[in-house]
Design a protein around this ligand. Sequence first.
Ligand SMILES: Cc1ncc(COP(=O)(O)O)c(C=O)c1O
Length: 411
Amino acid sequence: MIYPISKIRLDFPILNKKINNNKLIYFDNAASSLKPNYVIEREMNYYKYEYAAVHRGIHTLSREATNKVEQVRCKIANFINAKQTEEIIFTKGTTESINLVAYSWGRKFLHPGDNIIITEMEHHANIVPWQILAKEKKLFIKYVPLLPNGTLDLSQLTSLINNNTRLFAITAASNVLGIINPIKDIINQVKNISNSLVLVDGAQCVMHQKIDVQLLNCDFYVFSGHKMYGPTGIGILYGKKYLLDSMSPWETGGAMIKNVSLTKETTFNQVPWKFEAGSPNTAGIIGLGAAIDYIKSIGLQQIILHEKLLTKYAFDVLNNIPNIKIYGSIKYNRISVISFNLGTHHAYDIGSLLDIYGIAVRTGHQCALPIMNYFKVSSMCRISLAMYNDYFEIDKLVDILTKINKILPLK
Ligand SMILES: Cc1ncc(COP(=O)(O)O)c(C=O)c1O
């Protein structure tokens, strides 16, 4: 079947936009993907014709909105093959989901001397919450080291894990190097030699791999809606039901309680609502549901294949540019993310010049300073491809980078 790229591109209105008189080429999808009409209109219609506060009212609109929100919870459970719908918690995004686990599970169940293992390729969102927790609870954090080819040195895993290991928190794929970690094997290994829980940061993978949390046997899986063609401000925490049941609430307030009295201790709602204090981002939830429908209408496997072929092409043609240094080898299983530098030029200079031609790339430390330190650079440029990117756009990028190479003298 031929991939319907021109039809897909029509679904994303922002792709018609001109930047500095050039057609927008959007290569910043790992930061946040663009939104299709289907998602935008679904959210707009919700606000126009279906809007009400949820979990709070007996009136028709409120009951209908509540049902729609709960249907999306069910859709997400199916999308990642969770065993039960109650295992899906709505959060603001990946960052909030990880903080929720650190706060709620970590503060209750971790004790001085316990170990947390993370990796050198984590996004700051999967580093800082553990550092704060470690300081507070006197825990130790250990790191699975990186290798120069951008993969993790998994031979270190068994020596890092011991009887004190309580949590292994790892990204499914690096947002900088693009490498997909062999999560299933890693989880098997961790669980074979310890009682440690495993949290998977799926922010970068959920759109580039079919996720099956039961098959993975992870304890927590987290991701964001805005990186998968959905709205901003909505994300997911998946957790095994028995764990969520055992955890205390983190934010408190309305809807997450069973009973509040001024004289007795407050009691809490059951999961998932125990973790959803306050009025939720209902439009975001509805929009995320629409994003999943849209992805399904094209076919996740089709999208993954398109991105794989395009990434391989991009890697090959970029590699031919003089002075380019690409980080992370193409030999490994990877998502559609390629980070590079041109000579010793600062990534901001390259990114600003690309912007003149309408090409949007990520520049900077990419919220992964330990990776920057490992490769001894302060910043990188990153392209990240999505379902609507095409070969012409890659060729244009190569043209402009070749031009930049001529304009900017090598430092
Ligand atoms: C691997 C990874 N984890 C976590 C995050 C944080 O996601 P959010 O900003 O949506 O919370 C990102 C965002 O780029 C990411 O790439």
